[in-house]
Design a protein around this ligand. Sequence first.
Ligand SMILES: Nc1ncnc2c1ncn2[C@@H]1O[C@H](COP(=O)(O)OP(=O)(O)O)[C@@H](O)[C@H]1O
Ligand SMILES: O=C(OP(=O)(O)O)[C@H](O)COP(=O)(O)O
Length: 478
Amino acid sequence: MASTAATAALSIIKSTGGAAVTRSSRASFLPIPSTAVSARRLGFSAFVDSRFSVHVASKVQSVRGKGTRGVITMAKKSVGDLTSADLKGKKVFVRADLNVPLDDNQNITDDTRIRAAIPTIKFLIENGAKVILSTHLGRPKGVTPKFSLAPLVPRLSELLGIEVVKADDCIGPQVESLVASLPEGGVLLLENVRFYKEEEKNEPEFAKKLASLADLYVNDAFGTAHRAHASTEGVTKFLKPSVAGFLLQKELDYLVGAVSNPKRPFAAIVGGSKVSSKIGVIESLLEKCDILLLGGGMIFTFYKAQGLSVGSSLVEEDKLELATSLLAKAKARGVSLLLPTDVVIADKFAPDANSKIVPASAIPDGWMGLDIGPDSVKTFNEALDTTQTVIWNGPMGVFEFEKFAQGTEAVANKLAELSKKGVTTIIGGGDSVAAVEKVGVAGVMSHISTGGGASLELLEGKVLPGVVVLDEATPVTV
Ligand SMILES: Nc1ncnc2c1ncn2[C@@H]1O[C@H](COP(=O)(O)OP(=O)(O)O)[C@@H](O)[C@H]1O
Ligand SMILES: O=C(OP(=O)(O)O)[C@H](O)COP(=O)(O)O
């Protein structure tokens, strides 16, 4: 099981000698209406409740202590804390996650991650910094032309409104001379940092070489923040200050802040194929949410654990006891856990399968459940209508097949409707992002994560190595 938030925060306290943990127990804050306030100076949003105690968004990066004047808070330092005086003429190493999909002709098929990285880069160039931009692309083993960053240059230049220069390497003499000739407000894109095996091995000598190019470090690579690599973790040992970029900060605001101290009622929707890959997320969310809606392939393990017949649906036989214990845990915590009451079943796993809708308790032999049914959608919608915060991770069915996409699309549409009414809606990465994009409602959600694995780890309550090493913000008394 993932380390709990409290454990994570406590380990920070031990290492910093700080005071008390920011994370509040659900019991102590359930009856109190919380108002989100922006505390940009802290580097993350903070949430202030009616008793005026502060819960800094990031449970893993912050501590608090109650003094006579109020609550002292500490969080990660943000690029927004840096001024022109800090940045003008300075060489800034920016680690972004520009790991975008390319087609066979090397065209970018989804530029979301490039667009998400722009605010930090723009802020830096507008303040006269010299930006040394680094990212990985794919998982190359050594120098591999198809993983070169050359295809990214035109789009980056277009979005930034300047000509981005690209180096053929990420360390070495050519890079050093390009850095030396970089003007204030200029951007130099280093070649794929994973062309060196030392990157993923987080070798200190390699990190030192990367760091030697710059004066300070900004990590905005949320999608890679769960990797302890040279450019995400190692460099921070050689570059001060090391601060969070705007994207990283926003991801933490939502995936940690809004989830740890949500506007209530707070619902979590968890789907996807297997319960085994979502155990950590479910257990962690069960500690925080008021309502838990389950969908996707994992529900059949829960049904079977309750003695129902599931036909040939996906079942993890070795997780039946776990499913039972999760149901018991939800009950003990007073979380309203809803399993679908009806399902769309198929006679084979194929887009053209015969299908029908049956109650969850009536799946015939030889048929498999591939989506949640309309009654379940209705019940889920009614539950969601009561909420103020919703987080969603994992599709409700095999949404890649049109016949079995309705449950997932219904959830996407419901969240869009709620978002328009002011409910905080968070899409926690992975296939749920693909689903909201397919339905065309991505633009209205409060937050869509740019990291699949990283968001999953955050939701499990894990500490991200690329975040924990960043500098602390100056403590602030509120
Ligand atoms: N009832 C089901 N049976 C089999 N696979 C399913 C079912 N429902 C959803 N899936 C599959 O789950 C996959 C996504 O699972 P997962 O990787 O755990 O989610 P995410 O990427 O959102 O974290 C999708 O490819 C989807 O087709
Ligand atoms: O695409 C990424 O992760 P994701 O597929 O989990 O969102 C990141 O760029 C991290 O890549 P990696 O999983 O090769 O370390």
